[in-house]
Design a protein around this ligand. Structure first.
Ligand SMILES: [Zn+2]
Length: 219
């Protein structure tokens, strides 16, 4: 028997006032860490599919191919931000094993709030029952202008890197890369608190995955 679970999340980047705060983690990821480890194989396999899907163990492709050259460069900068921060960021620009990708669209949707500069709509699909697996699809929509002018390259880097931060498991905060965009003052890389939070989050997910997969193997 095969079971499937689909989860759609929408993350946005808003333009707002300056404050400070801690770095929150995505509620869906937190839930995986807080749940008791299941005892039956069926639920263990389901949990492993979810852990893999949030760790993005097979990597996901940030699809820059169809963008103009200057925007490809911006996209590469945004990717490098997380590669530098994590060392082993699962989000890459090369086409991967087709388990996940993020497409970039310039424009805005009716659902996108007035103060939103960008949004990432992503769907993670988890499968279990005949081996755990997942797929990830994301669409990153960017409003390319602010206050009647085009976004600068650094502002675009913040928009893209911010949304990639969501794909990796971080939630919005009041400052830093995961904070709101401040016109003319883009933040182009994560601060120490954001990096520390994400590294700790990934380590915790990996530890749970290790516990689960060793028990699946001896079944
Ligand atoms: Zn956001």
């Amino acid at each position: 028997m095969l079971a499937v679970l689909v989860g759609l999340t929408v993350h946005t980047l808003t333009v707002a006032e300056e404050t400070t705060g801690l770095v929150p983690r995505s509620p869906a990821v937190l839930q995986l860490l807080e749940e008791k480890l299941p005892t039956n194989p069926w639920d263990r396999e389901k949990l492993q599919a979810q852990l893999d899907g949030y760790l993005l163990t097979d990597g996901i492709t940030f699809n820059l191919e169809e963008l103009p050259k200057n925007l490809q460069r911006v996209g590469q900068r945004a990717l490098k931000v997380w590669i530098d921060a994590l060392g082993d960021s699962p989000v890459v620009s090369e086409p991967g094993p087709k388990v996940g990708k993020i497409d970039i669209v310039f424009g805005s949707s009716p659902e996108m709030g007035k103060g939103h500069q960008a949004e990432l709509r992503s769907t993670r699909t988890f499968r279990w029952g005949s081996g755990p697996s997942y797929t990830y699809t994301g669409t990153l929509m960017i409003r390319p202008e602010i206050g009647g002018r085009k976004l600068t390259e650094d502002e675009l880097v913040q928009v893209l890197a911010h949304e990639l931060g969501h794909a990796l498991g971080l939630d919005d905060r009041d400052s830093g890369l995961m904070g709101p965009m401040r016109e003319g003052r883009p933040v182009c890389k994560p601060d120490a608190a954001e990096i520390k939070t994400l590294l700790a989050l990934r380590a915790a997910l990996q530890e749970r995955r290790r516990l689960i997969s060793s028990s699946l193997r001896v079944r």
